[in-house]
Write a protein that binds this ligand. Sequence first.
Ligand code: IMP
Length: 424
Amino acid sequence: MSVKVIIGAQWGDEGKGKLVDYLSEHTEIVARYQGGANAGHTVHVKDKKYVLHLIPGGILRPEVICLIGNGVVVYPEAFFEEVGFLATHDISVKDRLFISERAHVIFPYHKLVDQASEEVLKSKKIGTTGKGIGPAYVDKFHRSGIRVTDLYDESRLEDVLKENVDQKNSLLVDSFGRPPLNYREILSKTHEFAQKLEPFVADTSEILYNGWKSGRNILLEGAQGCLLDIDFGSYPYVTSSNPTSGGSVIGTGLPPTAIGEIIGVVKAYTTRVGSGPFPTECLDDIGERLRAQGNEFGATTGRPRRCGWFDGVAMRYAARINGFHSLALTKLDVLTGFEKIGVCRNYRIGGEASDKFPAAGRLLEESTAEIEMLDGWEENLSQSKRFSDLPGTARKYVQALEEISDVPIKYVSVGVERDQIITR
Ligand code: IMP
């Protein structure tokens, strides 16, 4: 019996989907706790590839109950699209997929405002996924958001939706020069999806609490990553929620005392999508090669990911903020064929060595990575079942990352398939 949290330790896209799927085999409940359909969790099962944006990865195991927690922002259209996609693969969600009545709803105006705000920012844009995530969280914290439960309170829904549409229309028309939205049309669409959504609505915090108290195995699935956290990430180039471990209790309603194990997922190198500082980025042919070998293109937007070497400074920072008990190292196989592999132990800021991940955006922009080159390997790792099956230099590389991170690496992933994972 345990409650485990799975968290991206970098800028997202670490391969959390694969680990959640792997650990779901022995899990009864999987819950998402933040973000929305900006996430893209990819899972390969035999010859099939599933990309989930909003629904927890546990859905691919027929006996697992999946929850979308109160901390998530839900775009109903994306939700139904995903339910439809699962149905085409004969995966039923009936009586095992629930959305928190406290989760906030994303409306089309959130997406429009997200996209228009980015356009205005031009070269300073955040590089968001355009899914309306930021504006939906703005409304949540402004206390003008619409929660799932509000969809079933007609007079409140009409009042708040009208206020929201009016306010977004002034923004869209006056600030962004866009056409206004039609309140009646949005209200009627809202009625339609509210009805379809009703069978999925539940008090998910209660389901989790009861599950925890009765000794069920529970996984809390983070989206994005520590360095995109609104409080601890490379602000302002971050997402608008808390992917870090603290967010997992706020976003589900489980008490902090329930958490038994916190697992950080970390790629054997680093990637990032969108704008913002990235000290270990390789802007040369090494970056191109990492992108090609790792197929580093966004699962949600298709954008090419920026690629670079493993960042030990950011990793130690992530370990401290999240309190990782262990790490899952992913995509080690991608590094096969590199004669030398770079790792960063320190930054250089203004000529001085520093092991600190700075809060100030300007300092992070100015940070350059001190790179140490380690020996690579030529062998194909895809069939390795035990740590001892890995070539010596690959084992040394993993051990170096472990020493830099100061967290034990418990899982090593050597391919996209479910069973291509080594447990140590
Ligand atoms: P937003 O979450 O769409 O507002 O985007 C804010 C920042 O987070 C942008 O840099 C996005 O590229 C990044 N981001 C959002 N979701 C993901 C993800 O699932 N993986 C990696 N980056 C993400």
